[in-house]
Design a protein. Sequence first.
Length: 100
Amino acid sequence: MHVTLVHVRVRPEHVEDFIEATRANHEGSIQEPGCLRFDVLQHPEDPTRFILYEAYRSEADAQAHKATPHYLAWRERVAPWMAEPRRGEPWRGLLPQVAA
């Protein structure tokens, strides 16, 4: 399983915009055949901080996500709202085990 933790910090005036745009990306992502999870987390004490937890069956599935219309629209829409560049952190998911 290929997991990416995407760390995001949004400008305070765009928190609600970011959540709305990310909801659309989430809804498209969970329909992708290789997507196992696509969670959107918001820090409880700093509402401008988010983590996107993206779990795909394989690295190829995660790469295919980056070519989808919903991801490309999201990336373009949220770019001006970033307080700093988003940072993707790759992880190898061990458990639960996923059939290839």
